[in-house]
Design a binder for this molecule. Structure first.
Ligand SMILES: [Zn+2]
Length: 169
C-alpha cells in the first residue's frame, strides 16, 4: 500500500512521535508500506509522521533498491554519537522542490530497535549519516529547514504560503 506523503503545514510533522511498544505483524506490515511509499516518492528515507502516523519509526535505503542489505529500519531511534561535519544540499519528501545546504555530523551512530524489538547500533557516514540524522529529527518534530538560517527559512515558508493559497501545495 502506498501512502500519500504529508507535506509541510500538517501539524503531525511538528509533533514528537510516540514510542513504539508493540512489535507485531501489524508493525511489520506498516514498515513494508513505508518502504513502498518511500520508493514511490523517490526518497531514500521516510519517517512515519510523513505518512500521518505519529510513531517513532523510520526507514532508510540510501542505495534506492540497488542493494537489499542497505535497507535499514529504525524504531525508537536515538543518535548516540556524532563525529565530524559535512555540508550538503538536503531535501525532504514533505517539502517537495525545496533544497538547502545543511550542516550535519559526517559520521554518527544510531541506537534503535528492529522490527522484533531487539536493540542494535548502526554506524553511518556521509549520506547514510545524513539520512539517520534527518529521519531521527522527524520523529522529534523537526524538519531540515530548522537547520538553515532564519532568513532562508522565512523565504521557504513564504513560498509555501503562496503555493498553499494557489492550491498547489
Ligand atoms: Zn524529511
Amino acid at each position: 500500500m502506498i501512502y500519500p506523503i504529508v507535506k509541510y503545514g500538517d501539524p503531525v510533522l511538528n509533533k514528537t512521535a510516540e514510542t513504539v511498544t508493540v512489535f507485531d505483524n501489524e508493525l511489520k506490515q506498516l514498515i513494508e508500506h513505508m518502504f513502498e511509499s518511500m520508493y514511490a516518492a523517490h526518497g531514500v528515507g521516510l519517517a512515519a509522521p510523513q505518512i500521518g502516523i505519529s510513531k517513532r519509526i523510520a526507514v532508510i535505503d540510501c542505495s534506492f533498491k540497488e542493494d537489499a542489505s542497505a535497507k535499514l529500519v529504525v524504531i525508537n531511534p536515538e543518535i548516540v554519537k556524532k563525529e565530524g561535519r559535512q555540508t550538503h544540499s538536503e531535501g525532504c519528501l514533505s517539502l517537495p522542490d525545496f533544497r538547502e545546504n545543511v550542516t550535519r555530523a559526517m559520521k554518527c551512530t544510531i541506537r534503535a530497535q528492529d522490527v522484533d524489538g531487539k536493540w542494535f547500533e548502526a554506524e553511518g557516514e556521509e549520506l547514510l549519516a545524513r539520512a539517520m540524522q534527518h529521519e531521527t529529527d522527524h520523529l522529534n518534530g523537526k524538519l531540515f529547514i530548522s537547520h538553515v538560517s532564519a532568513l532562508k527559512r522565512d523565504l521557504i515558508k513564504r513560498k509555501i504560503k503562496k503555493l498553499q493559497k494557489a492550491g498547489e501545495w
